[in-house]
Design a protein. Structure first.
Length: 380
């Protein structure tokens, strides 16, 4: 019943369209998907290969190998200020972590507040038996507490936040997260914090983990990913930090749907978390010239209002003239062979906007930005 109530992934639909066009020999410039151009670092691949050849190809605990859970514990304490024990950590793919985290606290018919515009969180809420309630962000994409309080009800079990944000590139400040934590503590509401882009912040900004406000994990469920920071999107590697009760319930969830994750992947993640600080910095440095290119190319187009790209690797510009974001994306593909995601895919507040990713190659990015500029000139 729940599956019939959800839509397919908007980003994957565009990706599939791009692949189909390319299979027919058509030229398409894709700025639609957030998949780093960079190759997974060789030392991380070697850690996985070494684990495979040494026999680490059998069942392990659903919650993760002892080594990867220890590495998660050490990393979140060292870099995020989260005081978690090993029993409050669990290895899991990040998309599944959102669903599993919600499922662990859900009651049939519960409500979860999700950002608008924001990532595709409504589907995990529905799949876990809940009702997604969108809360509008402020004009600068910061939290609007008047809106959050207005949308909170007696059925609200969780408020989801994402910083740095996909699609807006906004990095939430400490004051916003302090206020959110105080509010949720008073109401007994969980915070589900999606920190997938934690390492990609710009111009002196830094990611702040709301989970660090607790003496030990309790009402904050923190979700992290290696996909973006280490160019490991295909590895499906992430982890979750939460109370022992939540981790216990998610462990039962995993035991019943997939038994465990591949141990050799977990061995690679253990290596990355223990030794990967330099890798992360190298990845971030690779995005800086691409971000600069986006700011220069799109910032000079009169028909666009470019948002402040504080983190992640997305721009979410607003089209100044009246336009449907869906029609804009379709015509851009038809006339310039440039693929972007329509802003409406991220909620009603995303209408008249579109998302581009600057995670790919520089040449393709420049061609895509030029295509957008050319299309806009013809549209006026």
């Amino acid at each position: 019943m729940f599956l019939s109530n959800i839509e397919g992934s908007p980003s994957l639909e565009v990706v599939n369209l791009v692949l189909q066009k390319r299979a027919r020999g058509e030229r398409v410039i894709s700025l639609a998907i957030g998949d780093p151009e960079a190759k997974t670092p060789e030392e991380i691949e070697n850690a996985a290969f070494s684990a495979m050849t040494s026999g680490q190809t059998h069942y392990v605990p659903a919650s993760g190998t002892p080594g990867v859970r220890r590495a998660i514990r050490d990393k979140v304490k060292r870099r995020n200020g989260i005081n978690a024990g090993t029993s409050e950590t669990l290895f899991i793919t990040t998309k599944m972590a959102v669903y599993a985290g919600l499922f662990s606290i859900s009651e049939l018919g519960y409500e979860a507040l999700i950002p608008d515009p924001g990532y595709f969180y409504s589907e995990p809420v529905i799949l876990s038996g809940g009702k997604p309630i969108r809360y509008r962000l402020s004009e600068d994409f910061s939290l609007d507490f008047g809106e959050i309080k207005k949308k909170t009800s007696s059925k609200t079990k969780a408020i989801l936040v994402n910083s740095p944000s996909n699609p807006t590139g906004r990095v939430l400040g400490k004051n916003d997260l302090y206020e959110l934590y105080d509010y949720c503590s008073q109401k007994g509401i969980y915070i589900l914090s999606d920190d997938a882009y934690e390492d990609l912040t710009y111009e002196g900004r830094s990611h702040f983990a709301v989970g660090s406000l607790e003496e030990k994990p309790d009402k904050v469920i923190s979700i992290f990913s290696l996909s973006k920071s280490y160019a490991m999107t295909g590895w499906r590697a992430g982890y979750i930090v939460a109370s022992e009760r939540v981790i216990y319930l998610i462990n039962k969830f995993l035991e019943n749907i997939l038994t465990c994750f591949p141990p050799f992947i977990q061995n690679a993640v253990e290596y990355a978390l223990d030794h990967g600080d330099q890798i992360i910095e190298a990845q971030k440095q690779g995005y800086l010239p691409k971000r600069k290119l986006v700011l220069e190319k799109l910032g000079n187009i009169p028909e666009l209002e470019l948002n402040d790209i504080q983190g992640a690797f997305y721009a979410f510009p607003k089209i100044k003239f009246r336009a449907s974001s869906t029609e804009f994306a379709k015509k851009l593909m038809q006339e310039e062979n440039v693929a972007v995601l329509p802003g409406i895919a991220f909620g009603d507040a995303g209408e008249s906007r579109f998302r581009i990713s600057f995670s790919g190659g520089t040449e393709e990015l420049e061609q895509g930005l030029d295509g957008i500029a050319s299309f806009l000139k013809k549209s006026i």
